[in-house]
Design a protein around this ligand. Sequence first.
Ligand SMILES: Cc1cc2nc3c(=O)[nH]c(=O)nc-3n(C[C@H](O)[C@H](O)[C@H](O)COP(=O)(O)OP(=O)(O)OC[C@H]3O[C@@H](n4cnc5c(N)ncnc54)[C@H](O)[C@@H]3O)c2cc1C
Length: 228
Amino acid sequence: MDGTKLTAQYAICTFSLGVLQNDDVWFDPPLPAWKAEAIYSMTMGTYTKIFLQFHQKFWFDTQFALYADSERGRYPVWQGLDIDGFLPGSGVVFATVTGDYSKRIEAMTDAQVQSEVMEVLRAMFPNVTVPEPTAFLFPRWFSDPLYRGSFSTWPASFVPQHRINLRAPIGRLWFSGEAMSEKYFGYLHGAYFEGEATGKQIVGCIKGQQCNPQPPILGIQNTYPYGV
Ligand SMILES: Cc1cc2nc3c(=O)[nH]c(=O)nc-3n(C[C@H](O)[C@H](O)[C@H](O)COP(=O)(O)OP(=O)(O)OC[C@H]3O[C@@H](n4cnc5c(N)ncnc54)[C@H](O)[C@@H]3O)c2cc1C
């Protein structure tokens, strides 16, 4: 941002798939077509937790509760944190929305979202006088330029060779992170194992030992089996 230039023998790019799919970060020279195609072959999902804090708990004693609405995706999953093993006495409960519903509420103000969530909560507990929360918070993962979503997913049309190309280095620029994982894409352990594997491979290259990065597959066809 301030024009500082860093030089290194190797670099590892671990931006999320969502960041790579947006124009928050520019590569010079531009990424080759096989890499760009891989980046756009996957989709970034959004998973939004909406937290509310009250003076005291008035809800369910289980970890989870489900709310059914005629509108698909309208604040369906609820989790209480004011429970043994989590944050007893906290007065915190949260709702989860995903996908298009996440994008919808990210475009709204906090006050608008709070109003909708309170409407649902009051519908869930018609015999309770539900007060306004003392605190309200939800992260906008989709709009956040450092994330642009929560985790990668494979669309129905996904061709697995694209994952190999997403991961394949360009010269000494390597790519790592959850989206590159064949078995655990979308998950923290996918990011962990991928980071570990990339780090070890680069150490091998730096030490002049084994240095055999997987080359990209050019001319991808949909004939490659899922091998896990
Ligand atoms: C709400 C939510 C719930 C989740 N639940 C689970 C779960 O239950 N279990 C699970 O296993 N996983 C879960 N995940 C997914 C998990 O968090 C991700 O898979 C994991 O964080 C991916 O790690 P990563 O290192 O690949 O990418 P990231 O965590 O996205 O790390 C990329 C890093 O790059 C940085 N960055 C981006 N752009 C720039 C830039 N321009 N300049 C400098 N730095 C930049 C970011 O700040 C970030 O630190 C959840 C994610 C979310 C959002």
